[in-house]
Design a protein around this ligand. Structure first.
Ligand code: NAD
Length: 465
């Protein structure tokens, strides 16, 4: 390390990992599997009940949601990595042009080195351990900085990490912005950040000082288009689940709906029916409905409701709140003026604005006027409409006639584009994010290229020989 980082509070920890990176990186496939098994045991068995409890305390997360979206999700990541790791680690032979006759070429996936993972609060375990699985599968050492907003989860993750790893392999440090700021000054080889686009820019700027590579998993407003050919009841059911899961605090949550004005009344009725079914007519006492993470976020979301009321928007469903329990009722709002906050900011909460259109082109133009989203959902039975939307928009990912679920397919890359993110994660794409694809060319016998060496006089004669 050329620069002097000795005043940085995390320099000692960083140095331990820096000095250990080749030992970790050169571990065999079997040893990497052993490490993944140890992490799996901790999550699946040793700490499972404590994970559920921490999520209940931090986010009021129902046990089934904790199991499905955090525990099961991470175990799925680990199992997928274990199943494919041998193949991922293998050098990948590639063709060599005839002009380089006598040599062979391959790509070696080698670990990037010392990595930093900064994670958010909405799925604290999933969004910390998910990238960690990719990082350790790829043979890196890792420092983790989880969110300060979910302290019970962060405390427990710290215990799990200390239990499973030595700190020269994986370590977790807790704290707020100042901690991230200090960590970001260190010359990590790769930074994997999950969070808001604004902080993503800060991370990328810090990374540029050392030219660290980055994966930025960001957010933004993910639209859903429902055209008049859609199965309205199924669209409403899937969307009500996806939108109000984790109280809308999901990066790929349907942020707003663009719907053909002709089917809006039927759609709203179907939404009401499914919300009543999901939450027994009373989400306040339903054990299937969560809470807002902090007072700050509760106030932010409440201000959106206030702003909508001021602008005389129509509350189709919900709108009730309770600050003491950080409860916000599942809420659907229509007739919003374009300047409404709900149509500007990423909502990240249980409020769904509905915008109508009478021509699909208008909906497409609306989406194109906004930054590129992390997800774009299409509900339609029309192949022509679906194709038109796909061809005329850009997004990190898309579900057709469903919402959110593309996230759960390990074989698909997950990530955004531009404002919604840079780089991809999950499965092999996550392994690649934490790997340097090293180009290797090996000369076996005499190579034609040797004919190109100077002196260049008599070049034509040499070639003719
Ligand atoms: P955030 O950007 O505020 O914080 C994320 C992390 O960055 C936290 O650990 C936080 O401590 C740290 N941080 C905050 N300010 C910082 C600064 N100035 N410098 C350095 N580090 C800083 O995001 P959040 O509120 O935790 O999460 C919500 C956002 O994350 C939403 O935009 C959401 O869409 C996005 N998100 C994206 C994904 C994804 O996979 N693409 C997943 C979940 C959340």
């Amino acid at each position: 390390m050329m620069n002097d980082f000795s005043n940085n509070p995390y320099y000692e920890l960083f140095s331990k990992q820096y000095n250990n990176q080749y030992t970790i990186g050169n571990r065999t496939y079997k040893k990497r599997i052993k490490t993944l098994n140890a992490l799996q045991r901790a999550i699946e068995t040793t700490y499972r009940a404590q994970i559920q409890e921490a999520l209940q305390k931090d986010l009021g997360k129902p046990v089934v949601e904790a199991e499905l979206t955090e525990i099961y999700a991470i175990i799925g990541d680990i199992k997928h990595a274990k199943k494919h790791l041998h193949q991922w680690m293998r050098k990948q032979s590639v063709a060599t042009p005839l002009s380089m006759l006598g040599s062979s070429s391959h790509i070696a996936y080698e670990p990037k080195g010392v990595c930093l993972i900064i994670s958010p609060w909405n799925f604290p375990f999933n969004l910390t351990f998910g990238p960690l699985v990719s990082a350790i599968a790829a043979g890196n050492t890792v420092i983790i900085k989880p969110s300060e907003m979910t302290p019970h989860s962060s405390d427990l993750m710290s215990i799990i990490i200390t239990d499973v790893f030595s700190e020269d392999e994986v370590a977790l440090v807790q704290g707020e912005v100042e901690v991230s700021t200090q960590l970001l000054k260190l010359p990590f080889n790769h930074i994997f950040f999950t969070g808001s686009p604004n902080v993503g820019k800060i991370v990328m700027e810090a990374a540029s000082k050392h030219l660290a590579s980055v994966t930025l998993e960001l957010g933004g407003k993910s639209p859903t288009i429902v055209d008049k050919t859609a199965n309205i009841d199924k669209a409403a059911k899937k969307m009500m689940w996806a939108k109000f899961l984790n109280c809308g605090q999901i990066c790929v949550s349907p942020d707003y709906v663009l719907i053909d004005e002709v089917i809006k009344p039927q759609f709203i009725d179907a939404c009401k029916k499914w919300l009543n079914t999901f939450y027994d007519d009373n989400p306040r006492i339903s054990d299937s409905y969560g809470r807002i993470v902090t007072d700050k976020h509760f106030d932010r979301l409440s201000s959106y409701l206030k702003n909508a009321r001021t602008l005389n928007a129509k509350f189709e469903v919900g709108g009730e709140t309770d600050s003491a329990s950080k409860f916000i009722e599942p809420t659907i709002i229509s007739d919003l003026k374009p300047e409404a906050k709900l149509l500007e900011d990423e909502i990240f909460g249980p409020i769904l604005p509905i915008v109508t259109f009478n021509n699909l082109d208008t909906a497409i133009t609306y989406i194109k006027s906004k930054p590129r989203p992390l997800a774009l959902y299409i509900y339609s039975k029309s192949k022509a409409n679906t194709k038109k939307i796909m061809n005329n928009t850009r997004a990190g990912g898309t579900c057709i006639n469903n919402s959110v679920l593309h996230y759960a397919n390990h074989n698909l890359p997950f990530g955004g584009t531009n404002n919604s993110g840079i780089g991809k994660s999950h499965g092999f794409f996550g392994f690649k994010a934490f790997s340097n694809e090293r180009s290797v060319m090996k000369q076996h016998t005499f190579g034609v290229t040797e004919l190109l060496f100077p002196p260049y006089s008599g070049f034509k004669e040499k070639l003719a020989r």
